[in-house]
Write a protein that binds this ligand. Structure first.
Ligand code: PXG
Length: 461
């Protein structure tokens, strides 16, 4: 659907009149207007004026199989005719939710066999928080309530998930932050390492912050540690290789639970079904959302360890928690078809064999650009850090300003990368071919140069 200029203007006007967007400066949106996206095809989206845009963010870390998959629409259509909705409360179930739970148990790490469903990543993390605390009550240790997480973590935007997350601007609008969370440093070597500190040494230091926090609050009070295996919204922060093994050691030593938030990293992003498998983690709870359906419908959940499921089942009380749309049949049918497509097209191993090395090789070409402090990637997650002085890692004044300049150039040039302050991040769908990597490389080169000419006076020679 290509609209004419009048129609586009009208959509923008109505959007400004009636639609409150998420995480948005509403005043500036109202004056500038939103870009109207009308269609998607494979790796591309199209706006209302017919511009083709290469989507370097897979929607929002989500459309792993790309846009325009008829098989997913057909799976939804068929399920809507058979059974569009029924609840999973009051001892009822239906075939799609059972088949999907079974499939997830098959592809999840060992001993994670039972799934509680929701519709968003935030909901799944709220469920995980409740399950963690309920578990410890059932185990006779109700004082274990503290969940340790990390600064700049993103776990969602509900009161509980937003509080478990470590984003200061989300906390600022929580009125107040929900109780019982502690935030330790994030494993961000480029931004946090001391002079001369190797990534290996830094990774151990960042992991040991967990042990320090456990000892500070009393090990008997700690319920769990929560973390994204790779921090996404925080700026694609990839922990040094020493980090996760040390975190796992500390978790085992103190007998606390590990919640792996796989909302971004799940379903192939790192070349394994889940990042926990990539890192050899042993989570007790794993939350997922986004790419379970490649975003064609909302669906999320938490997959739990047998120890947690067995503890729930050893008691004959209700666990008072659930959503109208827990295990929505149409969303489950679409998820099943989505996972089938991933298997048929070998999209997950393909990330390891082709996507990850292609992304790393492409990003490496920008290391020497005057604006670029660091490039980094793992699987199909990548980042380019823009700095004022690449020798000293000095940032630009008014952090985030240059990132937005750069993002807007990308928009105009027909490519989507997201700005996290002055870090440009990308998470392409798993279907990119050499053509898309070549196209991205050419756009990134153009846009870095355009951005540089905008801020040249501020960049160290
Ligand atoms: N956990 C992680 C790791 C996420 O990235 C959520 C939970 C929450 O999911 P829902 O479905 O409730 O949004 C997320 C979501 C960004 C951005 O700006 C990232 C997310 C959502 C919105 C924006 O990068 N991630």
């Amino acid at each position: 659907m290509v609209t004419n200029q009048y129609q586009t203007a009208q959509i923008k006007e109505l959007d400004a009149l009636h639609h409150l967007h998420p995480f948005t400066d509403h005043k500036s949106l109202r004056t500038g207007g939103a870009r109207v996206i009308v269609r998607g095809e494979g790796p591309y989206i199209f706006d209302s004026e017919g511009h083709r845009i290469l989507d370097g963010m897979a929607g929002l870390w989500t459309t792993n199989v790309g846009y325009g998959r008829k098989a997913l629409a057909e799976a939804a259509y068929k399920q809507m005719l058979d059974l569009p909705y029924y609840n999973t409360f009051f001892r009822t179930t239906h075939p799609p939710v059972v088949a999907l739970a079974r499939k997830l148990a098959e592809i999840a790490p060992a001993n994670l066999n039972q799934v509680f469903f929701g519709s968003s990543g935030s909901e799944s993390n709220d469920t995980a928080i409740r399950l963690i605390r309920h578990y410890w009550v059932l185990k006779g240790e109700p004082q274990r309530r503290i969940i340790i997480s990390r600064k700049n973590a993103y776990h969602g935007s509900t009161i509980a998930a937003g509080s478990m997350g470590g984003m200061a601007h989300v906390h600022a609008h929580s009125y107040p932050v929900y109780e019982g969370f502690r935030h330790i440093m994030d494993p961000y070597w480029y931004g946090e390492a001391k002079d001369g500190e190797t990534p290996e040494a830094f990774g151990l230091r960042a992991a040991r912050a967990l042990e320090e926090e456990i000892l500070a609050v009393g090990p008997e009070n700690v319920a769990a540690f929560a973390g994204e295996p790779v921090q996404g919204a925080g700026g694609v922060k990839i922990a040094p290789e020493t980090y996760w093994p040390e975190v796992q050691r500390i978790i085992d030593k103190y007998g606390i639970l590990l919640l792996a938030d796989e909302v971004i990293t799940g379903f192939g992003r790192l070349g394994t079904w889940f990042a926990s498998q990539h890192y050899g983690l042993k989570p007790h709870l794993m939350t997922f959302a986004k790419a379970v359906t490649s975003g064609y419908l909302p669906l999320s959940g938490v997959i739990v360890h047998d120890e947690i499921a067995d503890t729930l089942m050893a008691h004959d009380d209700d666990f008072h928690h659930g959503y109208t749309f827990s295990g929505h049949p149409v969303a489950c049918a679409v998820a099943l078809k989505n996972l089938e497509i991933m298997e048929e097209e070998r999209l997950v191993p393909r990330v390891k064999e082709f996507g990850a090395p292609s992304l790393a090789k492409m990003l490496a070409k920008f290391k020497d650009h005057p604006l670029v402090g660091e490039v980094r990637s793992i699987g199909l997650l990548g980042a380019i850090e823009l700095v004022a002085d690449k020798r000293t890692r000095r940032r630009f004044d008014n952090l985030g300003r240059v990132g937005l300049i750069c993002r807007d150039h990308f928009f105009r040039e027909g490519f989507i990368m997201r700005a996290v302050f002055d870090t440009m991040v990308m998470a392409p769908p798993l279907i990119w071919t050499k053509d898309q990597f070549d196209e991205a490389e050419a756009v990134i080169r153009r846009v870095l140069d355009l951005t540089l000419s905008d801020v040249a006076g501020e960049v160290a020679a």
